[in-house]
Design a protein around this ligand. Structure first.
Ligand code: TIU
Length: 225
């Protein structure tokens, strides 16, 4: 079994029980004019990890690892959007308002789609989620259970919001999660670093962290043996 040099200690990767979970690599968070920018954020930081996530997807597809893509999305009638979420703060546009890429954070709108180079391929699971965590109000648990998946390689945005929430939900459900440091990003660099520390502290209280190259190295050295 490949063993990844990870923090806080080595991560055993049973390839036949692992999946890649890509969180919310959507235009709404990564391109100007979407939800992320409406909240006052500089989205260029998030754009920078797109090539690394492309590499991760390439690796997963070559290895035949299941790939799961999530997207934060609401129904057009906003029936799955709590008023508390829509009314929070003072964004330039609220969820459901018309923006340059269509209605903000609404399923089916151009801005709600994945960025062009990270589109799901046929056979890959897409989970639409109304919350920050991918397990809340979705069928993700059932999908993972039916495929016998116990280990998740996690990527996506933003590190401290949807990624961390999802990892905590997964951790409580018994999944062993490895967050790929160069395949996740935050609008706030200090929040990314704090999240990596929170995840790995206390003996990996939430999970493990490693760079994509460390996963590659583990898989290649396993191939040689
Ligand atoms: N605002 C922010 O950092 N993130 C979100 O609203 N959603 C996700 O992280 N996907």
């Amino acid at each position: 079994m490949p063993v990844v040099e990870a923090r806080p200690y080595a991560y055993d990767l049973p390839v036949d029980k692992a999946a890649v979970l890509v969180i919310d690599m959507q235009r709404d968070f990564i391109e100007p004019g979407g939800f992320g920018e409406c909240l006052g954020n500089d989205v260029s930081r998030l754009q920078a990890i797109v090539p690394a996530v492309e590499h991760l997807l390439g690796l997963a597809r070559r290895m035949g690892l299941p790939v799961i893509h999530t997207r934060e999305a609401h129904h057009p009638d906003l029936s799955d959007c709590p008023p508390a979420k829509r009314e929070r703060g003072a964004p330039s546009l609220r969820i459901g308002d018309e923006g340059p890429m269509g209605r903000i954070l609404i399923e089916g709108e151009p801005g709600n789609d994945f960025v062009p180079t990270l589109q799901p391929q046929p056979g890959e699971l897409v989970i639409s989620k109304p919350g920050k965590g991918a397990f809340y109000a979705t069928r993700l648990t059932e999908h993972l259970q039916s495929r016998g998946i116990t280990h998740l390689l996690v990527a996506g945005v933003t590190t401290e919001v949807c990624v961390q929430t999802t990892m905590r939900e997964a951790n409580d459900r018994g999944y062993c999660c490895l967050l790929l440091e160069d395949c996740t990003e935050s609008y706030f660099p200090e929040f990314k670093q704090a999240t990596l520390q929170m995840i790995t502290a206390q003996g990996g209280i939430v999970g493990w962290v490693a760079m994509l190259d460390q996963v590659l190295a583990a898989i290649m050295s396993e191939d040689e043996t």
